[in-house]
Design a protein around this ligand. Structure first.
Ligand code: VG1
Ligand code: CO
Length: 557
């Protein structure tokens, strides 16, 4: 392939956030913005990428098809010899991770802004995953950023657009594009991880009904195949499976606010389905619901970990260890302690779990932000979480006669709390705050931390310590600092403030609240009620309303 060189000039601020580069779509579509970043990635990798194979796909959002053609030409012009592309440029994030691992690829590019809305006036994003399928570590993303600051040349391979709508291989001189089904390697992997026969038997029970909501995002390309075709659930078990460029105008974020359609169905009374789940734009998040019951993500990962060995064949020999992000509620800590498992607390963002898994230290991990997964891939995996919950239900109900009362999601959660105690958790998001105001508030909280001492009273709570979370990776020694302002009290209650690193404009303040409870009479309280006094203390300490003018959050999870 001959190379067409085009000159370009740098764009400021092409810095990777928590998960890739995310901006308004109109930013990406103008002035080589996308091409600059992709070229910077390839340039930063240098001769390492010569002759290598990568994969490419995304969540189906607006601009992905055009972007895929731009990326293919740059790959051809930068010495990559083969690109494996999901049909119609579709690949869920965990599926891309599975593909990289199964075919020992050099890495992959995922075109997604995850749970952010899509369309010409909404968001677009891209991220690079590396050899073991993990989101690129900071040493790589920092290098890419450096190259974006001085970039002057784009190297396009002189090839025509490739038809990505049909599975097959297109050969150029020294460059190959291979289009595969989006389920390639990923669905077979799930079939190894889970007992599909057991799941199939369970999903065919007339007394169990589920509803999976793909939110018009990427899992729409997977859910009918997995739940209906392979596991025999009726077609009505999956909804909103048409993958749309604007996600049907919705916000493909599986939480109580944005997945309202599903929530309403599961809370519709006695006739509601027994199990509900949803996933986000790129298929890495999940929300788990029972009939009229919400499983908080911090609880979900703990409950899956506690039941994994018994219910999921992949874990039949036990777990190597477990990990959660720092702001995630501590339910997993209690499981680790009781089961004697190594436990790790990492900063927010999946990239921090990769090293632990590659080093054989961690089998299951999760984040409060509806992300849960295991070391079968190096990404969070929404469908994995759903199949994990279904496996727990299937195992617990094995051998039950028709008509016998089934163990429910709610039963499993309540049993868990009775055994381990309950970590009440809530997150308040204040979206679209002006950056200066958000920064001023964070500076104020930092100043409170600077003068805080052990034993100080915050309302009824006595301070154990307050700090700006810093993490040293136990595998490679790399240090990530300024990962969240946290106040931890002597009864292990906590509140934490962070600014989001996935937005495309302005600032989002996240406030995380957690309180541990073992009193049996309080275990079934509503989380907002249980956490009220701590929430008030956090708001007062941060002067959030004074700094931002907001008297309530945009989203509560
Ligand atoms: C958010 C979540 C974080 C998650 C990240 C990417 O980041 O808090 O836990 O890993 O999104 O998820 P932030 O910086 O906005 O808080 V996804 O599904 O957008 O790839
Ligand atoms: Co996502």
């Amino acid at each position: 392939v001959s190379v067409l060189s085009r000159s370009t000039s740098p764009h400021a601020g092409q810095k990777t956030g928590t998960s890739g580069l995310r901006k308004k779509t109109s930013v990406f579509t103008s002035d080589n913005y996308l091409a600059n970043w992709v070229q910077a990635l390839f340039s930063s990798l240098g001769s390492e990428i010569d002759g290598q194979t990568i994969c490419l796909g995304g969540d189906g959002r607006y601009f992905n098809r055009e972007a895929a053609q731009i990326i293919l030409k740059l790959a051809a012009g930068n010495g990559i010899s083969r690109v494996i592309v999901g049909k119609s440029a579709i690949l869920a994030t965990p599926a891309a991770s599975a593909l990289i691992r199964a075919r020992s690829l050099f890495g992959g590019l995922i075109m997604s802004a995850s749970h952010n809305p899509g369309g010409p006036s909404e968001d677009w994003g891209i991220k690079f995953n590396y050899k073991s399928g993990e989101p690129a570590p900071e040493r790589i993303t920092n290098e890419i950023f450096k190259f974006t600051e001085t970039i002057s040349e784009l190297k396009f391979g002189d090839i025509p657009d490739v038809d990505l709508a049909v599975v097959g291989t297109t050969e150029f001189d020294g460059f190959t594009v291979e289009v595969v089904e989006c389920t390639a390697e990923y669905v077979p992997l799930l079939q190894q991880v889970f007992d599909f026969d057991m799941l199939k038997a369970f999903l065919s029970r007339p007394d169990f009904r589920m509803k999976f909501d793909a939110m018009h995002a990427v899992t729409g390309a997977y859910a009918p195949k997995i739940f209906c075709e392979l596991l025999g659930a009726p077609e009505s078990s999956v909804v909103n499976c048409g993958v749309l460029e604007d996600f049907g105008g919705g916000h493909p974020d599986p939480n109580l606010t944005y997945a309202k359609e599903l929530v309403d169905i599961l809370y519709s009374g006695a006739d509601a389905p027994d199990f509900g789940a949803a996933s986000d734009g790129d298929g890495d998040r999940n929300m788990i619901l029972g009939k009229g019951f919400f499983v908080s993500p911090s609880d979900s990962v703990a409950m899956i970990a506690a039941n994994a060995q018994e219910c999921i064949p992949y874990f039949k020999d036990g777990l190597k260890g477990v990990a959660r992000s720092m702001p995630t509620g501590g339910a997993l800590d209690k499981v680790a302690a009781k089961m004697n498992l190594p436990f790790y607390e990492v900063p927010t963002g999946w990239k921090f779990f990769g090293n632990l898994m590659d080093d054989g230290r961690c089998s299951i991990c999760g984040e409060e932000s509806f992300g849960t997964s295991s070391d079968h891939v190096r990404e969070k995996d929404g469908l994995w979480a759903v199949l994990s919950w279904l496996s727990i239900l299937a195992k617990r109900n094995e051998g039950k006669a028709a008509g016998e009362k089934l163990v429910t999601v709610e039963d499993i959660a309540k049993e868990h709390w009775a055994k381990f105690g309950r970590n009440f958790f809530s997150r308040y998001d204040y979206e679209g705050v002006e950056s200066e105001k958000a920064n001023a508030m964070m500076d104020h909280v930092r100043s409170v931390i600077a003068s805080a001492k052990k034993g100080d009273k915050f309302g009824e709570f006595e301070l154990d310590f307050a700090d700006d979370f810093e993490y040293t990776d136990p595998v490679d020694g790399s240090v990530a600092s300024k990962q969240g302002l946290r106040f931890v009290f002597t009864d292990s209650s906590r509140f934490i403030f962070r600014l989001s690193g996935t937005g495309s404009s302005g600032a989002t303040i996240r406030m995380y609240i957690e309180q541990y409870e073992t009193d049996p009479s309080k275990l079934e309280m509503d989380a907002q009620v249980a956490l009220k006094s701590l929430i008030d203390v956090a708001l007062e300490t941060s002067k959030l309303e004074e700094f931002t003018g907001r008297d309530k959050p945009t989203v509560i999870t």
